[in-house]
Design a protein around this ligand. Structure first.
Ligand code: GLY
Length: 229
């Protein structure tokens, strides 16, 4: 919005920025009623990622980047666990850039980058942003896997792969803090910007992740009740 149309170079100093926010030209602004509800697309002329800056990050900020990085483990067949951090960041950048290049304005495929984000956005609002975005995404990934299992889309071993990445590899929380209610979270998930046709989730399956519109509320509630218990 600033000086409409001015060329911009993003110099990313956080892990979350490097693997996600700096790439793809989203300029979303949060409203009280939801995340990123206002914004436009404006591609940067370039993105600079200096990995030395990661050493300056507070541990929680670094963990938030790992939460966003975790989703890339499930978007393609790549074995990110076999890569060191530098290779992993580079591969995440490539995956994101490829998805954005194929669907800049999120007419379809780009929404895959929101894996784990349907519950995550609701958790951020319900906790008044006490849960940071990357922390909420980590929990949202586990919920999306559990929901995928409950809907018969993936097996338990695949859910365990999600837990292995989120909890074991990245030492992130897999469950939300106590005190949250199913009703509130379901209400907030209906307000997700992907939700054009009822509850909408990015879900894993035998053909990989896909955007699923109009997911029945009953299994969402049942999975969430177990998830919060
Ligand atoms: N962070 C998701 C996207 O850029 O589409």
């Amino acid at each position: 919005s600033w000086h409409r149309g001015i060329p911009v170079v993003h110099v990313s100093t956080s892990l979350l920025g490097m693997v996600d926010a700096a790439i793809g030209g989203k300029t979303g602004v949060n409203l009280a009623s939801g995340k990123n509800l206002v914004g436009a697309f404006w591609q940067p002329s370039g993105v600079v990622c200096d990995l030395d800056s990661l050493a300056s990050l507070p541990p929680r900020e670094l963990r938030c980047g790992l939460g966003e990085m975790a989703k890339y483990h499930f978007l393609t067949g790549d074995d990110l666990l076999a890569m060191d951090l530098e290779q992993r960041i580079a591969r995440c950048v490539e995956i994101k850039a490829e998805v954005v290049a194929s669907d800049e304005r999120e007419g379809g495929r780009r929404a895959l980058l929101n894996y784990g984000h349907t519950l995550a956005h609701a958790l951020e609002i319900a906790t008044d942003h006490e849960l940071a975005h990357g922390e909420a995404v980590a929990i949202g990934l586990i919920y999306a896997a559990e929901l995928g299992f409950d809907l018969g889309r993936i097996d338990r071993a695949r859910v365990d792969e999600h837990i292995a990445v989120v909890a074991k590899e990245y030492d992130l929380m897999t469950r939300p803090p106590s005190g949250l209610g199913v009703d509130e979270l379901v209400r907030l998930m209906y307000r997700d910007k992907k939700a054009l046709n009822g509850l909408t989730f990015v879900l894993d399956g035998s053909d990989g992740v896909e955007v699923v519109q109009g997911v029945d509320e009953a299994p969402v509630r049942a999975s969430l009740e177990r998830f919060l218990a």
